[in-house]
Design a protein. Structure first.
Length: 352
């Protein structure tokens, strides 16, 4: 039996649903006094335990946003304490976890996140059960038959069982996304900012089966071979335009959304890109940058499911990311959608 086949129907079928497949990771976030040199000591001032990874963050954020349709998780965990943490956290948010396959010979994936306030975080990661996820273990057909509409897959480049290219030039991700599409689901994909030299080749195999792509500027650059920032770290907007057009040319069917701390571009075939500026965030209010991109992505999926205009989706996604920055873990800063819409109304009333 493939993961997802045991998921039961719901009285909320008429409201649709989103299944989030991919990475499920126990994150232990350590807030440090400073980043030490090798051999030195830094104080851990605070610790938080969360459930992270692309699929876990996005599905949890959708629950926090108050998404009214069904939400399900699909992927692999171990039969260990961390696996129980994953299931307990997701169930507590009202998410169906019967699509999570438990593997007794793998540990649940986990990460130690080292966070110095005001600086980028650093990750120490063990892939565990995530490394075993394959297209044979997830059944998008069943989810489609249960009334779901969107199939999210994340993160590519952190799921080796789906990233590897076979002799036919296909990846497990490409086959899984093709199956989801053939079942009638809209496919949505996210990457992780890997430095793998085969990044472009591996993600490129999946792009022809991707309806919507939601990635950051670094990932867009690595997927297309475009340098998106200058030597001083300044964003090159013209380069993002080039990257977006290349992603569409590579097969992304309906929308390539590239977000950065400064900006978002929404590319769609046959139309001019839509630009949306990010709102400024006071650095003093930033507790952690963990999960901001996933909060952005979750708001995008919410809007896509509800068929909102692009401008409204982008405004809400920026707001979700800004709120996430105020939380210590990847998901605890995201409010419900009513609060985000009220927030957007104050900042950009034309978008609501």
């Amino acid at each position: 039996m493939r993961t997802g086949e045991e998921v039961r129907g719901s009285e909320r079928k008429d409201k649709g649903g989103i299944v989030c497949a991919g990475n499920f990771i126990v994150d232990r976030v350590h807030t440090l006094s400073y980043w030490p040199e090798q051999g030195n000591l830094a104080y851990i001032q605070h610790q938080d335990v969360g459930v992270g990874g692309g699929a876990a963050n996005v599905v949890t954020d959708l629950a926090s946003l108050g998404f009214s349709g069904k939400l399900s998780a699909a992927g692999c965990i171990g039969t260990d304490t961390d696996g129980e943490i994953v299931k307990t956290r997701l169930r507590g948010a009202g998410i169906d976890v019967s699509g999570l396959r438990e593997l007794p010979d793998h540990a649940t994936a986990h990460t130690h996140v080292m966070n110095v306030p005001g600086q980028n975080r650093t990750f120490f990661y063990h892939g565990g059960a995530n490394d075993a996820v394959s297209d044979a273990l997830v059944s998008p057909e069943f989810f489609a038959g249960s009334g779901y509409r969107l199939f999210y897959l994340g993160y590519l480049m952190l799921l080796p069982g789906l990233d590897v290219i076979d002799a036919d030039g296909r990846s497990g991700a490409s086959r899984l996304l093709e199956a989801a599409r053939n079942a009638g689901l809209t496919t949505c994909v996210d990457f992780v900012s890997s430095e793998d030299p085969e990044f472009a080749v591996k993600v490129g195999a999946a792009l022809p089966y991707c309806d919507f792509l939601v990635i950051n500027e670094i990932e867009a650059g690595r997927a297309t071979g475009v340098f998106v920032r200058d030597p001083n770290g300044e964003l090159i907007e013209a380069a993002l335009l080039t990257a977006g057009e290349r992603l569409l040319a590579a097969g992304v069917a309906k929308g390539a959304i590239i977000h950065a701390p400064e900006i978002c571009f929404w590319f769609a075939p046959g139309t001019r890109p839509i630009l949306s500026r990010s709102r400024p965030v006071d650095p003093a209010e930033i507790v952690s940058t963990v999960g901001a991109g996933d909060a952005f992505c979750a708001a995008v999926l919410y809007g896509l499911h509800e068929n909102w205009p692009v401008e409204r989706i982008c405004a809400v996604a920026h707001a979700a990311a800004a709120h996430c920055l105020r939380g210590a873990t990847a998901t605890d800063g995201v409010p419900d959608m009513a609060a985000l819409l009220e927030d957007v109304m104050k900042m950009q009333p034309a978008c609501v």
